[in-house]
Ligand binder design. Structure first.
Ligand SMILES: Cc1cc2nc3c(=O)[nH]c(=O)nc-3n(C[C@H](O)[C@H](O)[C@H](O)COP(=O)(O)OP(=O)(O)OC[C@H]3O[C@@H](n4cnc5c(N)ncnc54)[C@H](O)[C@@H]3O)c2cc1C
Length: 478
């Protein structure tokens, strides 16, 4: 790569490196971090970074960590640069394959991706903390010299991006580099998608996202917030208004409903509503979410994904006395990342496995007072290898709870699919697209991220946005 110091792993002695012990991640103790919404990891320093990076074994090229990274980050080379104190170079390396390295470094489920593939792990040694090192060097870069997106010569082409989440942001970042005029529309007041309106500050401080946003603004990207595309301003109208291509990074914004008696009682919250109202500053809140949450003493969170862990940890920070997760399968089937779940438990949350709520029961004041549950048992795996469950007859029991949070999944909003001629959707409303380019059947309309895959990860949405940007570039003739 031009301007980068050459890599030379010939002198790397893997046996010696295996002896270098990890210093571990400096994490704030649970009893301290649960008192605020600040990040759980203490700021990493240069000495720590050099030490941890020097534990990398520099496996055969491409290394297993790189193969496991959906963005294809050249992690081994980045570790080499960090080990040699070349933090700025490592940051530029990450920025070649990722539009959101400071975000992915913090919240990717690394244990399932790069760190899960680290060869050290197979030899009973903690993996190289590649995620934290990615966050470290990109933060270092921002503090030392700032981040500047190189903007291409203006092509005269205009692209509208609908949805300013990871997919839309990544697509915008790549398109301005190519010199296109980019406008991002979002229904929410601020850009970021779930990075702002979902993921809590203790996992991802909002400042990290706003800094990325400032980079894009300086590069000339325009943001139009509070603008719900579909009913009045349609995709057709955007084309009529002079846009040459449209990218749909719509995410899956609607909370799935359990369809249970009592789910609309006061005290029963949908996860999105709960997380946004607890974690977003008043001036960035949509109007309908301005009222503060009323969380009392006993909170139950229903679900087993990342959202459930975030709700548990948020409830603990809102001073609930007892916070319990109800999950209908066992821990092995939980879709959420292990790290967040472990932190939730360390902070005081309990998890009741093989437990399914069947009814929310009001108290004398009309607010939620109890949740009726049943026990479940696991059966055979389904076609995806995930074990099914069945209800144990006569196993009903009652849990006292004054607050419940429903974190059972998300589904797509159907508005764009139904108001845009030529767009094809699956039965569940997810958009159909070419998996390599994000092209839909409608000429000039591309898509990617959760609205295509269903709820997934920041990194996969980001990669989809970048791939679509390349395809849009080709479509526009550049
Ligand atoms: C609580 C929670 C915690 C999570 N934790 C993690 C984690 O730790 N690690 C991880 O990798 N992933 C995590 N995820 C998943 C991750 O956030 C998503 O996979 C990712 O944000 C998807 O990006 P996206 O751009 O496709 O959609 P989104 O981030 O959902 O953004 C879509 C945007 O489109 C806008 N929009 C939709 N329709 C319209 C319309 N018609 N007009 C205008 N705007 C519209 C929405 O307002 C939204 O801003 C989490 C998700 C949740 C809900």
């Amino acid at each position: 790569m031009p301007g980068m110091p050459p890599r030379d792993f010939t002198a790397v002695d893997r046996k010696v490196r295996m002896q270098i012990e990890s210093r571990g991640l400096p994490v704030r103790p649970p009893e301290e971090r649960v008192r605020d919404f600040d990040e759980a990891i203490i700021r990493l320093d240069e000495d720590w970074a050099v030490h941890e990076a020097s534990r990398c074994l520099h496996c055969a090229d491409p290394a297993p960590c790189q193969k496991a990274c959906p963005a294809g980050n050249d992690i081994s080379y980045a570790m080499w640069l960090i080990e040699n104190g070349q933090f700025l170079e490592a940051a530029s390396l990450y920025r070649q394959t990722s539009s959101l390295p400071e975000v992915c470094g913090r919240i990717c489920p690394q244990e399932k991706l790069c760190e899960g593939a680290c060869v050290r792990g197979r030899k009973n040694s903690p993996p190289v903390p590649t995620g934290a090192l990615e966050a470290f060097c990109t933060h270092y870069e921002r503090r030392q010299k700032g981040v500047h997106i190189p903007v291409g010569k203006f092509t005269g082409k205009k692209v509208a991006i609908i949805g300013a989440g990871p997919a839309g942001i990544a697509c915008a970042e790549q398109l301005v580099r190519s010199g296109h005029w980019v406008t991002l529309f979002d229904a929410r007041p601020a850009p970021g998608g779930l990075l702002i309106y979902g993921i809590p500050n203790f996992k991802l401080p909002k400042k990290v996202v706003f800094d990325i946003w400032d980079d894009l603004l300086r590069a000339g990207v325009t943001f139009v917030g509070n603008t719900y595309i579909g009913p009045r301003i349609t995709v057709d109208k955007l084309f009529e208004g002079g846009y040459d291509a449209v990218f749909l990074g719509l995410g899956t914004t609607l909370d799935a409903s359990p369809d249970l008696p009592g789910e609309n009682l006061p005290g029963v919250y949908k996860a999105t509503d709960f997380l946004i109202r607890a974690n977003v500053d008043m001036d960035l809140l949509p109007h309908e979410m301005l009222a503060r949450l009323e969380v009392r003493e006993k909170v139950v969170v229903i679900g087993g994904g990342d959202t459930a862990s975030d709700c548990l940890r948020t409830a603990l920070r809102l001073n609930a006395r007892e916070v319990t997760c109800l999950y209908r399968r066992s821990e092995a089937e939980m879709p959420g990342g292990y790290k967040d779940r472990k932190m939730a438990v360390e902070e005081g949350a309990q998890i009741h496995f093989l437990t399914q709520p069947v009814r929310f029961i009001p108290g004398a004041d009309g607010r939620l007072a109890q949740v009726e549950c049943v026990r479940t048992e696991l059966g055979e795996p389904d076609e995806n290898g995930r074990r099914n469950f069945s209800i144990v007859e006569g196993s009903d029991f009652i849990i006292d709870a004054d607050t419940a949070v429903l974190a059972i999944g998300y589904k797509p909003d159907l508005i764009i699919g139904t108001t845009t001629p030529g767009i094809e959707t699956h039965a569940d409303g997810l958009l159909k697209a070419d998996q390599h380019t994000g092209a839909t059947k409608r000429k000039g309309v591309f898509t990617g991220g959760d609205v295509v895959t269903g709820p997934h990860l920041v990194v996969t949405a980001m990669v989809a946005g970048r791939k679509a940007a390349m395809a849009i570039d080709r479509y526009l003739g550049w």
